[in-house]
Design a protein around this ligand. Structure first.
Ligand SMILES: *[C@@H]1O[C@H](CO)[C@@H](O)[C@H](O)[C@H]1NC(C)=O
Ligand SMILES: *[C@@H]1O[C@H](CO)[C@@H](O)[C@H](O)[C@H]1NC(C)=O
Ligand SMILES: *[C@@H]1O[C@H](CO)[C@@H](O)[C@H](O)[C@H]1NC(C)=O
Ligand SMILES: *[C@@H]1O[C@H](CO)[C@@H](O)[C@H](O)[C@H]1NC(C)=O
Ligand SMILES: *[C@@H]1O[C@H](CO)[C@@H](O)[C@H](O)[C@H]1NC(C)=O
Length: 347
């Protein structure tokens, strides 16, 4: 009772502050608390925070994924946080809820939504999950159902991640190196169509991640014992990025509505961290922290009979850039994000 009395005695002061702040224009800030900027995320494992199903045996749900954050496997392809988690932080909102669990976490829908599925591309890949076209269909359906209003959308940010599953699928299904440039052009074209659709749904701020230096991924440096990036694949990534920047500049010009459509230059950010690792307290650049004990195993593998671990984890994931053969660690993403912040206006 004493506490209640104490609280009640503060009431006039609280009212005064509310009235004053309304006069001083702080109501915009207050409104922002109730209706925060929303982040909508589309793409693949560089952005997925829990859409792939727990029961389908994907690595994101296996030990030791998630050991740094949240402490157990939780559907992220890393030891911890991934790019959208950091971008949400810069927007001062919660990392958006994965689409798959939106109905279990209705209180978080106001922060936006994450539609990204690990393994997917702008075209179909071998992953049994929705490609980006279908991810945007999900978003469009929620808009039709008035889960998000026009005002919501005007004050929102979209992140589009295309990290290269289209390319792995292309090469895994007999795509030739000679045919690759034409395929890159079609991947970029499809990406531009997707961005145009998101823009057409009234989202005015769109960040599209460029290709990272694909040839530096441990998958491609394994043949040199993680010592040299593969220039063929880095050239492909560069071509992707050139076409993407040109296409997005054109899109922006055609839209002519003050939209902010930017490329997140993952190529330069990855390279900057890989070339100056100590600036970011990274000691282990090209070799992944978590690897299979031999070629037929990967990070998270166990012997199906004995359940013995068939992978090793480095002593300190916080000083490694790569987590597994394809994905950065949380420390890697943090370093990349800090580099992006220095070069982009993410707000
Ligand atoms: C995406 O998936 C849908 C449904 O499977 C399919 O109809 C469509 O052709 C795919 N889109 C692209 C661009 O591959
Ligand atoms: C790729 O080539 C191999 C060997 O030439 C063949 O066995 C396989 O069926 C081909 N795969 C596709 C998807 O065309
Ligand atoms: C990509 O789009 C451009 C412009 O719309 C077009 O000229 C080009 O042929 C397309 N390329 C592919 C590979 O689809
Ligand atoms: C890059 O990787 C491809 C495919 O694994 C390989 O054929 C090629 O020799 C590599 N190139 C370099 C420069 O390492
Ligand atoms: C774009 O911004 C300028 C300057 O703030 C403004 O005058 C113009 O009306 C805006 N155009 C649109 C289409 O919102």
């Amino acid at each position: 009772m004493a506490l209640l009395h104490h609280v009640l005695s503060l009431l006039p002061l609280v009212l005064l502050i509310i009235i004053l702040s309304a006069h001083l224009g702080w109501d915009a800030e207050a409104r922002k608390l109730h209706n925060p900027t929303k982040l909508f995320v589309f793409g693949d494992s560089y952005a997925d925070t829990g859409n792939v199903r727990r029961d389908d045996g994907k690595s994101a749900w296996k030990q030791p994924y998630g050991i740094t954050f949240p402490g157990k496997p939780a559907g992220r392809y890393s030891d911890g946080r991934v790019l959208p988690d950091f971008i949400a932080k810069s927007l001062r909102v919660r990392s958006p809820v994965p689409y798959r669990i939106r109905n279990w976490r209705p209180q978080y829908v106001k922060y936006g939504m994450n539609f990204a599925y690990g393994g997917t591309g702008v075209f179909d890949t071998s992953a049994p999950y929705p490609n980006m076209t279908v991810q945007i269909d999900f978003f469009q359906r929620l808009i039709r159902e008035k889960v998000y209003t026009d005002t919501d959308l005007r004050n929102s940010v979209a992140l589009v991640s295309v990290a290269g599953n289209d390319y792995s699928f292309y090469f895994a299904t007999n795509g030739s190196v000679e045919g690759a440039p034409a395929f890159v052009a079609s991947v970029v074209n499809q990406t531009l169509k997707n961005v145009a659709r998101i823009h057409g749904l009234a989202v005015k701020k769109i960040a599209v991640s460029g290709a990272q230096p694909l040839g530096c991924l441990p998958l491609l440096t394994a043949s040199s014992s993680f010592s040299r990036c593969n220039s063929t694949f880095n050239t492909l990534a560069t071509l992707h990025n050139t076409l993407l920047s040109q296409g997005l500049a054109k899109l922006k010009e055609e839209a002519n509505d003050n939209s902010s459509i930017v490329v997140l230059d993952l190529y330069d950010s990855f390279m900057s961290v890989l070339n100056h690792p100590s600036t970011h307290n990274i000691r282990n650049q090209l070799s992944p922290c978590c690897v299979g004990v031999s070629r037929q195993y990967s990070c998270g593998s166990v012997d199906p009979e004995t359940m013995a671990k068939k992978y090793t984890v480095c002593d300190d994931p916080k000083s490694a850039f790569f987590w597994d053969l394809l994905h950065p660690t949380q420390a890697g993403w943090r370093a990349v994000y800090n580099n992006l912040l220095a070069t982009h206006a993410l707000q």
